[in-house]
Every structure is written in structure tokens, then in C-alpha cells.
Design a protein around this ligand. Sequence first.
Ligand code: ATP
Length: 273
Amino acid sequence: MTPSPNPAATALAIHNIQVVYGGAIEAVRDVSLEVRPGQIVALLGSNGAGKSTVLKAVSGVLDAEDGKIDKGSIQLFGESIDGAAAAHIVRRGMVQVPEGRRLFATLTVEDNLLAGAHLRPRQELAEAMASVYELFPRLRDKRSTIAGYLSGGEQQMVAIGRALMSKPKMLALDEPSLGLAPLVVAEIFNSICRLRDTSGLTLLLVEQNASRALAICDYAYIMENGRVVLDGTGEQLRRNADVREFYLGLSAKEGRTRLKDVKHYKRRKRWLS
Ligand code: ATP
């Protein structure tokens, strides 16, 4: 993506970060990406490519896994968040919806939602709850149900709803489609689009479901082995022959298994390097 002419107008800018776990395992190398306000930006790639690590880096939660940003920098809404604690990043408006939902399984839907609202004044809670129920009407009917008894899709709705309760400016979603049936995935992705289109929310979407993600995103980055290997608009990537073959499974040719092995593929010069 061409860098925004006005960095302050960028929701999230990651500049050439390197992330290392345990002082030894390099999970992410020289990754740069940009998310502009009101956009859905997708971060795609197969297992172990480094997608979740990038999300953890921007959410300030690497410490918990002995991970560290060794090089590079991250700006959120024009402010450096290098070394910032997770709580500070949440206060600046970025909230992560982690992979696997991580709900309080023994609490009700409503109590899970309230747990996401601890930074908001009490008088705003009813309105915040109402807008979550408007987005996910099913949760209104199940508001007294114990979260652990919900279906996977409903749990994902609660996880997104809980993040929305803090009134974020930006959501980082880690594999919201994981383990869900196609119809439920469609429902979740529709809600993600609504958040952008009607609330103007900015979204960073980590996904293995490239087909769905490319259909709704404004821009996408593809990662392999800790690096970004390709980026473009959703439309550009959907038309890219290699993406079609390797990520959308649409035109398999023998002997080509990874994007980086494709002879004619040339890694484009990164805009921030
Ligand atoms: P997935 O889709 O499977 O979640 P991913 O693209 O999100 O994959 P990451 O989870 O970021 O990939 O992992 C990137 C690399 O970092 C992998 O090689 C992984 O084994 C390694 N890694 C991730 N978390 C840790 C950790 N806590 N300690 C050590 N290595 C880790």
C-alpha cells in the first residue's frame, strides 16, 4: 500500500517489525503494514505464517508469551505504541478479539458483555449493550444463557460484542471464522462489514479463510514464514493467479506448493523499507 501522505490519518502503521519469542525464535521479520480509518484490512497466510504474532504485537500482549519486538515500530492513530502495555493500547482505542473467543464460560452472555465495558461510565452501558444486540439480535434472546453453552458462532458474536462494549476505534480480529459452519461464517462476516459500513469502525482481520476475507476487505497482506510476501486490494488479490492457486484453490498446477517458490513471482519492494 502506498503510505498515507498524512501519517496522523493512519489508524495503524507497522514499520518493519521483527518479533522474537524466547530470545531465539524469530516469528515475524521485517513486516510493514498500514490500516487506514474505516477500512477492513486482512492479514492472510497459512498456519505458522506469523499472523497472530503481528496481532499480539499491536495489542501489546507479547510479554505473556515471552515475545518481544526486537526491531521496528508501531503507531496507533498517529501515536507510537512501542513498548506500551496492553491496557494503554485498549485505552487508545484498539481492542483485540482473540482466537478461540476466550469467553468467561461460566458467566452469562450479558455478564461477558459487561466485562468488556469496564472502561465506560455506567450510564453508557445500556446503550452499548443495545447496539451489540442490534448487531447480533440472537444474543438478546440468549442474554441470560451461560456462555459455555452457546454454539461456536454465538460465542464468536459474544467475543466481538464484548470487544465492542469498550467503544473501540479499531478491532483486531484473530480468525473469527475458525471452526464455524459456512452459513455462520457468512453471518459473522456480514456483521464485520456492517461495523465498517455503518459504524465507521476500523478492522484488522487475521484469517485463514482467504476467500471470505478477500471478498470483504479493502486491502490485504499475505504472510509466509514470518514475512509479508504480497499485498493489494481485495479485488487485486482475488484476480492474482498465484493467490487463486495457493490461497483460493482455484487453478492448481502441479509442483507449485508455496507462493515464494513461484519462479515468476517477485517480491515487491516494501513501501516502508
Ligand atoms: P495460525 O494460523 O496457526 O495461528 P499464525 O500465522 O497466526 O498461525 P503465529 O501463531 O504467529 O502464526 O506463529 C508464527 C511462528 O511463531 C510459528 O512458527 C510459531 O510456532 C511461533 N510461535 C508462536 N507463538 C509462539 C510462542 N509463544 N513461543 C514460541 N514460538 C511461537
